[in-house]
Design a protein. Structure first.
Length: 224
């Protein structure tokens, strides 16, 4: 079985208005198997968000390859990369980024409609995902009517709406208090385990990192 994600020799640097380049990633190699949950730990500014953006095809590396399910997507057109993101990757960020004018269920339906799913099927899946994270009773509520933990659990469901094979999360519990963080992380792990997807989760929380299959540390542009 092909790896859900395989990065090889990933390099990335920025000039940021300076004559000398700031090298952020320096030959990063990483593989994720289907069903594997991996923590990515790094100090602020070390490049973990850059790495996640490259892994999720939101940014392009200066060198190296990005493969998903055995397909090399590094040199693909913008259109092909957009299609791959929509079909293969789910994203979760520190802030939920839910659309405030839509209900919880509608926020999960919308990405499915964009992918061509019929509206009745999209709503059925949205309600099923909300039920799995204990939010069936919030399906008709807008984000402003939900707590921070409920909003983030809804964002998890939206990320999984199109059944991606790869989940990328950047500090998904960073804005939550410890008790809520634990509840939300438990819901995330349950969803990931049920679906069998691969997940790369950036976090500063070492206790949460310890609950994943393995932990990778990004230091000096390399993974250790």
């Amino acid at each position: 079985m092909s790896e859900a994600l395989a990065l090889a020799g990933i390099e990335k640097g920025y000039h940021l208005g300076r004559p000398n380049e700031i090298r952020v990633l320096n030959g990063v190699d990483l593989t994720l198997a289907p069903g594997e949950v991996c923590a990515l730990v790094a100090p602020s500014g070390a490049g973990k968000s850059t790495l996640l953006h490259i892994a999720g095809l939101l940014d392009t590396p200066d060198a190296g390859t990005v493969m998903m399910d055995g397909h090399d997507l590094t040199g693909q057109s913008d259109r092909a990369r957009t299609r791959a993101r929509r079909e293969r990757v789910g994203f979760i960020y520190q802030f939920h980024h839910l659309l405030p004018e839509f209900t919880a269920a509608e926020n999960i339906v919308l990405p499915q409609l964009a992918a061509g799913t019929a509206a009745p099927d999209a709503r059925t899946r949205a309600l099923d995902l909300l039920e799995r994270v204990g939010l069936a009773h919030r399906a008709g509520h807008r984000p402003a009517e939900m707590s921070g933990g409920e909003q983030q659990r809804t964002a998890f469901c939206r990320a999984l709406a199109n059944a991606p094979g790869l989940l990328l999360a950047d500090e998904p519990t960073g804005n939550l208090d410890p008790a809520t963080s634990d509840t939300v992380f438990g819901a995330l792990m349950a969803l990931v385990r049920e679906t069998g997807m691969a997940a790369l989760i950036a976090t500063h929380n070492l206790e949460l990192a310890g609950r994943m299959d393995r932990t990778l540390r990004l230091e000096n542009g390399r993974l250790a």
